[in-house]
Design a protein around this ligand. Sequence first.
Ligand code: MLT
Length: 241
Amino acid sequence: MIVWVSLVPTSVELFPKNHFDVAVVIDVLRATTTLNFALNAGASEIIPAGSVEEAHNLAEKYPDALLCGERNGIKVPGFHLGNSPSEYTPQSVAGKTLIFSSTNGSVMIKRAESMAKNVFLCSLRNVSAVAEKIYSLKPENILVACSGREGFFSIEDGYCAGMLYEKLEELDEDTTGANDSATITYLLVNYFGYDVDKIFHESIHARYLTNDLGLWKDIEDAGQIDADKIVPILMEGKIVA
Ligand code: MLT
């Protein structure tokens, strides 16, 4: 397997469209973590929206859907749910369609749609499950797209990409990193090991969510490596388990 990594959102645009067998979107804080919670809690499908306006337009088409997501980490006014994993419980989302718009994650999910046949969502919570799913497909080329933060690199996304790369290599020793971005993610995992607290300590977004918004529980939820087995997959514009 050949692993290409995009560390910042704009570098995804540099790859040829539909070139990959698999694309993986990572937004540890918090979109891909939260969407894992949503599917675990029984949400039937999630429609990613690239903007708040697009989310409202989709809501006209899906009047029973819940509007979910954030701007600046805070629930969008008028939306049903924000972007804290713990908001997504069976009581709040089971059996429901969700329309989800976040600052970086949902935008990257929509971009990834045109990059590969199979698009999976990965966070630290399901990194081994995603690696096993990818391995089962025996793909040649894999794109790992880190969502980052407002156009910039996010260390927790790079770290999760490195962990995915490491797990793919454990499953298939012929796995190689195709670009320097893949190598740097691998080095991040070598450096930090499984010390997620240390990674979050270095993360600007983790510091924003905790120090500015008081969302300590979100960081705790996002840092639980391999707590989930669900692999969210994007199919015909909708994310399902
Ligand atoms: C995003 O997609 O930009 C994030 O998940 C931001 C956040 O709510 O922490």
